[in-house]
Design a protein around this ligand. Sequence first.
Ligand code: PEP
Length: 256
Amino acid sequence: TTPRTPLMAGNWKMNLDWKQGLALVEELGDQLKGFDTDKVETVVLPPFVDIRTVQVAVDAGKLPIAYGAQDISAHESGAFTGEVSGAMLKALGATYVAVGHSERRQYHGEDEQVTGAKVKAAFAAGLTPILCVGEPLEERKAGNHVPYTLAQLTGGIEGLTAEQAEKIVIAYEPVWAIGTGEVAGADDAQEVCHALREALREQYGDVVADAVRVLYGGSVKSSNVVELMGKADVDGALVGGASLKAEEFAKIAGYQ
Ligand code: PEP
C-alpha cells in the first residue's frame, strides 16, 4: 500500500489504429464510470496517431482517463523528420509521456544521454515523464540488477531541479518480464522500487523521495496486481498487453 496516489498506465505500444483505440477508450470509460480519480489515476499511452481521437473521446465523455504518448522528441521543433514534440503533445491535452522504454533503448539506441534529454523536453513542455528503467536478464542473473537500474535512473534525471524531480514518475520494468508472462516476484519488484526511491532520497531529500511514484511494469495482470500493490514502494503499474482489453485494464485500475 502506498501513501501516494496510485497510477495505472496502459502502454498500447504499436497496437490499435484510431478506430480500435476509440473503441477501447470508450469501453474503458464505461468500465471506470464513477471512478474516483483521487484514489487511482488511470492513464493510457496510445500511438501518436490515436491521441487526437482519445482526446476527443475523453473530453466528450468526461472520462476519468488521462493520456499521453509513448515517446517524445528531445528537440523543441524544426528539422527532425518523423519526430513529435512535447509542445504538440501538450496541445492535445496529453499529460504524461513514457521516456526510455526498454524497447526504445533496445531497438532505437536510446541511451542515458537521450533519455535525460527527453525527460527535460517533457518538463519543458509541461508534461510528466514516466522514466522507464530496468535490467536485462543477464544483469539480473549476475546479481547486478540494482546498480544497473540505478545508473539508468541517474542518467535519466540528471540536471533536474527538486521541483521537477518531485513530479517525475519512475517505472521499474525488468526487461525479462516485459511481454513474457514472467512477472517479477512482488519482493523483487519491491527491492528495486525501494532502491530507486532511496537513490532519489539521497540526491533530493525526503520530500522528493516520498512524493515520487515508482511503478512496476512487466506482465502485470488483474491476477497479480493486488500482490504487487501490497508492497510499500510500488505505487502503480505500467501495463502493456493487459492494457489492450478494457475490462482487464479496468480491473487493474480498480484493484482495490
Ligand atoms: C510494457 O511494455 O511497459 C509492459 C510492461 O508490457 P507487458 O505488460 O506486456 O509485459
